[in-house]
Each structure stands twice: as structure tokens, then as C-alpha cells.
Design a protein around this ligand. Structure first.
Ligand code: GAR
Length: 208
């Protein structure tokens, strides 16, 4: 099936950009309902910016530092860039700045985030260390709509992985990142095409 209309999305990154890479790969398929109209980073040195340029995408570094404490002014610059590019939906993909109500309200219902835990467990930073410390046997990742409160908002999709004996934050992060790369494109598709069949794997995870 070929999709005639691909919706323009924007991606916000701060670093490596591997989730952005997963979205780039998904958007390359003719039947995927999105195309990437703009990639923005608050960090001019983000490796992901270079990958996006190499993929032929429009990019812009909007460094937060010259804006000092005026977070909303930084966000107004981001918002203007997204709108100029015709963006309809925004994906936060490792964007490591807290958002103000200006941006969350401007994009309410049209801004997604991926977070490396099974929300509502472990919002915030250092999720893998905290999951290991808490002794949870299942951990994972979540794609959710962005609202004013950090790492809250309606859940669109989640992927769970087992926590294995001997795991370190790095081994756990790597196992989850593989799932993030599957989850984000699937969750975005679900948002853009809500009438399509929900996807779920048949296997239940049982961990003792
Ligand atoms: C990902 O694991 C993502 O879930 C996490 O940062 C990493 C970015 O990796 N996001 C957050 O922690 C947001 N609170 P990437 O740049 O390779 O996509």
C-alpha cells in the first residue's frame, strides 16, 4: 500500500539521535505516514545533527545558552522554526531540556516523547540505574503525548524487556534502546493513523 500524503514532522534532539535514526528509516518507507520536515537541536555539537544532514534533512541548531534563563524565548525560536518548516507533529527524541508551558501548550496533542522507562515508573533521569536499584524485573520504554508535567501525558505505547541477573545500566540501556527504535515509529504511526489496527506482540513476559 502506498500512502499518498505523508505528514510533515519535526524532531527535537540533544545528542546521539539514534531514535531520530529509527524515525528516518521508518519515514523512508512509501507506506509510512510521515516525512521529516525539520530536525532541531539545542546542542550545536549533537552528533545527531550531522547524521540528519547526511540523510539530506533540513536541520537547525538553536543553542539554548545565549537565551540564558529565558527558556520561553528559546522555545519561541524553536516554535517559529517548526512552523516555518510546516511541521504538524513534533517528536522529542532524546531532547534533554525541560519544556515550559509555552511549547507544550502550543503543540498540545501534537507532541510526542520517548522515555526510557515503563512510565509512570521512573520519570526523570538515570532511569536504568534507578530500575536496577529498585530491583524491578521488567523495565522498558514509553512513548507518550507531552503535557506540562515532565514525563506524564497519555501513553501511546510501551515496550517491556526483562531485567537479567548481572545487568548493568549500560546492558539494560542497550536492550531497551533496541525496543525504543521499534516502538517510536510504531507509536507515531498509531498517532497519525489512529484507525489502523493496534500492534501488539503475542508473547507475555514472565520474569522471576
Ligand atoms: C533515549 O534512550 C531516550 O529514551 C532518552 O534519551 C536517549 C536518547 O538517545 N530520553 C530521555 O531520557 C528523555 N527524558 P538517542 O539520542 O540515541 O535517541
Amino acid at each position: 500500500m502506498t500512502v499518498t500524503k505523508k505528514r510533515p514532522i519535526g524532531i527535537l534532539i540533544s545528542g546521539r539521535g539514534s531514535n531520530m535514526g529509527a524515525l528516518i528509516a521508518a519515514c523512508a518507507a512509501a507506506d509510512y505516514p510521515a516525512r521529516i520536515a525539520m530536525v532541531i537541536s539545542n546542542n550545536p555539537d549533537a552528533p545527531g545533527l550531522e547524521s540528519a544532514r547526511a540523510a539530506g534533512l533540513a536541520t537547525k541548531a538553536i543553542d539554548h545558552r545565549p537565551f540564558g534563563r529565558d527558556r520561553a524565548a528559546h522555545e519561541r525560536a524553536i516554535d517559529a522554526t517548526l512552523r516555518d518548516a510546516g511541521v504538524e507533529v513534533v517528536c522529542l527524541a532524546g531532547y534533554m531540556r525541560l519544556l515550559t508551558p509555552f511549547l507544550t501548550q502550543a503543540w498540545a496533542g501534537r507532541m510526542l516523547n520517548i522515555h526510557p522507562s515503563l512510565l509512570p515508573s521512573f520519570p526523570g533521569l538515570h532511569t536504568h540505574e534507578r530500575a536496577l536499584h529498585a530491583g524491578v524485573r521488567l523495565h522498558g520504554c514509553t512513548v507518550h503525548m507531552v503535557t506540562e508535567a515532565m514525563d506524564e501525558g497519555p501513553i501511546i505505547g510501551q515496550a517491556a524487556v526483562p531485567v537479567l541477573h548481572g545487568d548493568t545500566p549500560d546492558t539494560l540501556a542497550a536492550r531497551i534502546l533496541t525496543q525504543e527504535h521499534l516502538l517510536y515509529p510504531a507509536a507515531l504511526r498509531r498517532v497519525l493513523m489512529p484507525d489502523t489496527q493496534p500492534q501488539a506482540t503475542a508473547d507475555a513476559l514472565l520474569c522471576v
